[in-house]
Write a protein that binds this ligand. Structure first.
Ligand code: ITT
Length: 202
């Protein structure tokens, strides 16, 4: 079975990937299985560049095909902030949510979207990136205990529950991460000849 390194130290992301990829013929290995790994600086100017930096660094260090995601929340009324700075917007999830709600205040435009870009890297290069998005609105106060990050204030379009009120299974059907994964799986299936060879090289 092909091994793939999930290049993240975010355990919530890792958990979602394990569920999203459960039916695939892939063994997901975590960075925790490789000692001494140092995370690269995320100095890209967009999600795709940061995802590529993370995937390539891991693939090179682990000598194994790797994928990473760079993801975040874009709030329309805040000029799409926090965007690629979502993880760095404040010191913890609670403070990050408080900052968004404070900056939005009573602005009637609550439109927002989650974005996830996955990069796959192997053999010293980034093979491809895949983007997934989910649109919704920011509510006035956090609701729900599931998920992570900004989930408690994000109400996806067509639902009356926040991402943190949905079960993991429900979130994984509609999330930005699920959409990016679906595209990545489609690509890997179509290009399987190439990837099989590359995977087998390791
Ligand atoms: P890695 O770089 O190690 O993967 P990270 O948490 O630093 O972990 P990012 O740089 O991609 O990852 O930052 C993503 C941030 O965006 C994350 O910390 C959350 O604050 C937010 N985010 C991304 N996906 C989310 C989701 O599904 N639900 C809620 N918040 C999410």
């Amino acid at each position: 079975m092909a091994q793939l390194v999930a290049a993240t130290y975010n355990m919530h992301k890792l958990e979602e990937y394990k569920e999203l990829l459960a039916d695939q013929n892939i063994e997901i290995v975590s960075l925790n299985d490789y000692s001494g790994y140092e995370e690269p600086e995320e100095n890209g100017k967009n999600f795709a560049e940061n995802a590529s930096i993370k995937a390539l660094e891991a693939a090179n260090y682990c000598d194994t095909p790797s994928f990473a995601d760079d993801s975040g929340l874009e709030v329309e009324a805040l000029d799409n902030a926090p965007g690629i700075y979502s993880a760095r917007y404040a010191e913890n999830d609670e403070a990050r949510i408080a900052r968004i709600l404070k900056e939005l205040g009573d602005n009637p435009n609550r439109r927002a979207r989650f974005v996830c870009v996955i990069a796959i890297a192997a053999n010293g290069e980034v093979i491809e990136t895949f983007r997934g998005e989910v649109n919704g609105v920011i509510i006035d106060a956090p609701r729900g205990d599931n998920g992570f990050g900004y989930d408690p204030i994000f109400l996806p379009d067509g639902y009356d529950k926040t991402f943190a009120e949905l079960s993991a299974e429900e979130k994984n059907k509609i999330s930005h991460r699920a959409k990016a994964v679906a595209k990545a799986i489609g690509f890997v299936e179509e290009e399987m000849g190439i990837l099989d060879d590359e995977f087998d090289d390791f």
